[in-house]
Write a protein that binds this ligand. Structure first.
Ligand SMILES: [Zn+2]
Length: 197
């Protein structure tokens, strides 16, 4: 529709999740009229996230060094691991202030329709962590939808024979929803009311 650089920017923005053609156009023209310093900061932030951010070698949360901030924190307990699908879910659980253990980020959920099975997730790495013997509880905080429930059921079956308590977040979370959109009170209550599975 437009020529050259502005159309390239609209095309690139339009490939981002949640950005439709109209939003892409609006953002592109905002960038065009914005202060050069602001645009440079945005460009720098985009480059830095690719250069500096990697995944924690222990829990697969986002990190800027070998281990993430949570794995490095000596004040947290090693006895409880909370399993989530994505790094954004770590942020959601942290916001509740209810949890002082460690995390394990699976990198998604079991979804046969999209060809995602247990081998495509960080389940083997979780089993290695659990076999160390220090963990007494595993909290399954996968999303309250079909894929999240299937993943939680699968993990419960794998882990229970190891003699580790397995709990699932209590109801109160919207069914079919996404953990990251739950407000901190609902998610906090769900955490407190978690049940054995
Ligand atoms: Zn970590």
């Amino acid at each position: 529709m437009y020529e050259g650089a502005i159309q390239d920017l609209i095309d690139e923005l339009g490939r981002l999740p949640g950005v439709g053609p109209k939003s892409a156009q609006r953002i592109a023209f905002h960038v065009l009229s914005a202060d050069p310093a602001d645009v440079n900061r945005l460009a720098g932030a985009l480059r830095k996230v690719k250069d500096l951010v990697r995944f924690c070698t222990t829990c697969f949360n986002v990190a800027e060094s070998e281990q993430c901030r949570i794995c490095r924190d000596p004040r947290r307990t090693d006895e409880v691991i909370c399993v989530v699908e994505e790094p954004k879910d770590v942020v959601a659980v942290e916001r509740t202030g209810e949890f002082r253990g460690r995390y394990h980020v699976l990198g998604g959920a079991i979804n046969p329709l999209e060809g995602i099975g247990p081998d495509n997730l960080r389940i083997r790495e979780l089993m290695t962590r659990l076999s160390a013997g220090t963990i007494r509880e595993l909290i399954l905080a996968t999303d309250p939808n079909t894929e999240g429930e299937a993943t939680a059921t699968y993990l419960a079956l794998m882990v229970k024979p190891m003699g580790i308590a397995v709990t699932r977040l209590a109801s109160g979370l919207p069914v079919g929803g996404d953990l990251e959109y739950a407000d901190e009170i609902t998610l906090g209550r769900a955490f407190e009311g978690r049940r054995a599975v």
